[in-house]
Design a protein around this ligand. Structure first.
Ligand SMILES: [Mg+2]
Length: 247
């Protein structure tokens, strides 16, 4: 175990990256990380694909990640280097994932609309939902029953519904990285702002909810391991790291 290091894992959109609000705190956050490279392993964990991540990297002063987790936990890369996907994770996460069968079954549901082709990925199926999921859940469960336990879903902002392998989602990769790097759980910090971050915020790691978080994960603030920042976006993550004593 490397007990001297922290693993800091941040969602991107709305958590670090908020260009419409001038990226509050992002430059200071980047400085904070860069000054502590010897003791912080920094990872980005985004719903974006690798290509979409590269666009963000060009548009704002995001600190360079040591690890990059893309497409809601289904791909892990060292840096932004597309030639270095982690082979162990790729094989593990894809076991018994019935993507084609699910896609065919879901085509019969008219409340789901497939997202555009460039948002799809071999380890996720992404849809737009046109009304609240609560009333649609039974129908969804019925249609997908033959593959129950072989996939999971995440809903973001009541609009974006992803189907993922059971080990997909944002939390599994954090566990995997921590094990790989030998960093104990009490030295892991995660930060997020919306529904697809829940999976890494509710696992008992130190977790930061930025002030601009979506209502759908507001309940997490009552967990003893979750800290709700008073500042938005990167300013909130930085506030959280300081309050947690990460230095
Ligand atoms: Mg986000």
């Amino acid at each position: 175990m490397d007990e001297g290091k922290w693993l800091v894992v941040c969602d991107v959109d709305g958590t670090l990256y908020m260009p419409e609000a001038g990226n509050p705190g992002l430059a200071e956050f980047a400085e904070f990380i860069d000054a502590r490279r010897d003791r912080i392993v920094f990872a980005l964990n985004s719903g974006r694909s690798l290509d979409e991540m590269a666009e963000v990297a060009e548009g704002g002063p995001l600190p360079r990640p040591d690890w990059l987790v893309c497409s809601v936990g289904t791909e892990i890369f060292a840096d932004f280097d597309p030639s270095r996907p982690d082979p162990e994770w790729a094989e593990f996460v894809m076991r018994e994932w019935p993507r084609d069968e699910l896609r065919e079954a879901l085509a019969s549901l008219d409340f789901l609309e497939e997202q555009e082709a460039w948002l799809q990925h071999h380890a996720k199926l992404s849809y737009y939902v046109d009304s609240g999921m609560d009333s649609l859940r039974d129908e969804l469960d019925r249609v997908t029953a033959p593959w129950a336990g072989r996939f999971k879903t995440t809903l973001c902002l009541d609009r974006y519904l992803d189907f993922l392998p059971p080990w997909g989602g944002k939390g599994g990769p954090v566990e995997f990285l921590a094990r790989r790097l030998g960093i104990p759980r009490n030295r892991i910090v995660t930060a997020g702002d919306s529904g697809n971050d829940r999976d890494m915020l509710d696992r008992g790691f130190h977790s930061i909810l930025v002030a601009n978080h979506a209502a759908e994960i507001g309940d997490l603030a009552s967990l003893p391991t979750v800290l709700r920042a008073e500042s938005p976006a990167a300013a909130g993550v930085l506030e959280g790291l300081r309050r947690l004593g990460v230095d």
